[in-house]
Every structure is written in C-alpha cells, then in structure tokens.
Ligand binder design. Structure first.
Ligand code: SAM
Length: 268
C-alpha cells in the first residue's frame, strides 16, 4: 500500500503517531483517495480530534471539498463530532483572518473595498453586478432581506442600514414606517440610482454617501441596525461590530449579512 493510502487509513483509525510518522516521511496531506476523500475528511468523519489537529498543522486544507461538495467540517458536524467541528471552524476563521490581512496589505491603497467602489456596476431588474460580472446583490435574496428588515424594525424607532445595493432591505424597512431611516452607501453609481429612484425625497430617509468607515461621525444611535456591504473583508465586519455598542441603543436589534464565503456549511 502506498504512503498516501496508509495516511488515509491511519487518519480513519485515529492513529496519531502513525499519521505523524507518515507526514514526517513526506506523505502528501492533500491527497484524495479513490472515493474523493482526503486524510482530514477521514479523521473528521470518525471524530479523531488529535489527528485532525496534526493534519491541519501539516498544511491539510480545512476547506477542501469531496466530489459531493462536502468538507471535513461537514463530515464532523453530520456525525456529531463537536470537538472536531470546532477545531475545523477555528482553523477556517484563522485562515480567513490571515488571508484578509494579506489581501489588505497587497491592495495598493490598503483599502479592500477601494477596488470595487471604483468599479462600474450594472443594474438589471433582478441583479446588481460588479465589473467582473460578479453579483453584488440578486433579487432572490429578497425574502432574506425582508426577514432582516422585520428583525431590525421590531422595536420601531430609528433604523440604520449600511449598504443599499438594490434597496431590497430598505424597501422592506420602509414598510415598517420607522421614525427615521438612515442609509449609508459608498458606491457613486448606486448612490446616483438611489437619488434617481426617489430615495432622497422620502420624509423619513436620510442618505449618507460615503464608506461607513469615513462617515461614522455623522451617525447617531439607532433602535435597529442592518449591515450588508460588498467587497469588504471579515476584518471590516469585525471592525463594524466594535462600533455597535455606541451605535445601537440598549434593547436595539442588530442583524447582518455577508456572502464572503458560501462554499460549505462551516463557512456559511
Ligand atoms: C450586497 S449590497 C447590499 C444589498 C442590500 N442589503 C439590499 O437589500 O439590496 C452591498 C452594498 O454595500 C455598498 N458598500 C460596499 N462597501 C461599503 C462601505 N464601506 N460603506 C458603505 N457602503 C458600502 C455597496 O456599494 C453595495 O451597494
């Protein structure tokens, strides 16, 4: 039996010493066997946390997928192996934070959303696309946005939404007739479309044009806050969360959406 098949077997059997020895002798931790599973998936399926940690430290990809699009984290979750699931979630979070920091440094402006915000966008009836034809917002997300609006408007009062996009959540928020409805939007074309479609004329609506990071001093305190930007990183979301204690009134409701990583259930 070759080394990589031995590695899959040792991972499945929870034999950490053998896994370590095989890795030390050069066995490939990214190998997929004839069933399309890698050593990490075998260990996750059987709940062997030490083997999972050993494989992750040797560079096994936490987010690799089987032919049916199932990750090691999915296998652990489906089999009820909570400890292994948490190890894999933490590996995923750490990787995303590191990659986010690298991408931010590589961006010549140090501003991750800068590229997208400088791009042309196109609107059609059911979607908003960036210049690479990647969807910024799709109409099928309407029910989701309606649910977010219902949540953030549940105590009434003053509502803040960050990121207008197609205005799905803002249209839903308007149905709850909040006392004030503040919208922060940074993209010039999205902003121009907001004005063209009458959002600037609504009595309770205040539009603040600019990146939320740059207009924080214009914000007040709110009973409901929704956050859904595009072209930003987890770090930006985390940074926004640090402002919440100031922006959100006691008893207020906050909700957010991010589509940064939708490939498998441990990163959804
Ligand atoms: C996914 S869309 C929002 C969709 C919206 N929730 C809806 O219901 O249609 C994201 C929006 O956030 C805006 N945006 C991106 N970065 C931003 C930032 N830093 N500050 C404010 N708006 C931003 C984008 O221009 C885009 O219009």
């Amino acid at each position: 039996m070759d080394e990589v098949q031995q590695l899959c077997d040792a991972a499945r059997n929870g034999d950490t010493n053998k896994v370590r020895a095989l890795i030390d002798s050069g066995a490939d931790v990214t190998y997929f066997d004839s069933d399309g599973l890698n050593p990490l998936m075998h260990a996750a399926k059987k709940g062997h946390a030490d083997v999972v940690k050993t494989l992750l430290s040797a560079g096994a990809p936490w987010n690799a997928l089987s032919p049916s699009n199932i990750s090691a984290g999915d296998f652990a979750m489906d089999a009820g192996h909570q400890e292994v699931f948490e190890v894999l979630v933490n590996a995923g979070i750490q990787a995303e934070l590191v990659l986010g920091s690298i991408a931010r440094k590589e961006n010549k402006n140090g501003d991750p959303s800068g590229d997208y915000l400088d791009d042309r966008v196109t609107f059609s009836e059911d979607k908003l696309m960036d210049s690479n034809s990647k969807a910024v917002m799709m109409a099928w997300e309407k029910p989701l946005m309606e649910a977010h609006a219902k949540a953030v408007c549940s105590v009434g009062g003053h509502i803040l939404n960050i990121g207008f996009g197609m205005g799905l959540v803002d249209t839903a928020i308007q149905k709850y007739a909040p006392v004030t409805h503040t919208i922060v939007e940074a993209h010039p074309e999205v902003y121009e479309r907001m004005l063209r479609t009458g959002w600037g004329q609504k009595d309770n609506v205040k539009i603040i044009f600019g990146r939320w990071q740059d207009v924080l001093s214009q914000l007040e305190t709110y009973d409901g806050i929704f956050f859904d930007t595009y072209g930003e990183y987890y770090e930006d979301l985390r940074e926004f969360h640090q402002h919440l204690p100031v922006l959100l009134k006691p008893g207020g409701i906050y909700s957010f959406f991010n589509g940064l990583c939708g490939v498998n259930s441990i990163a959804r």
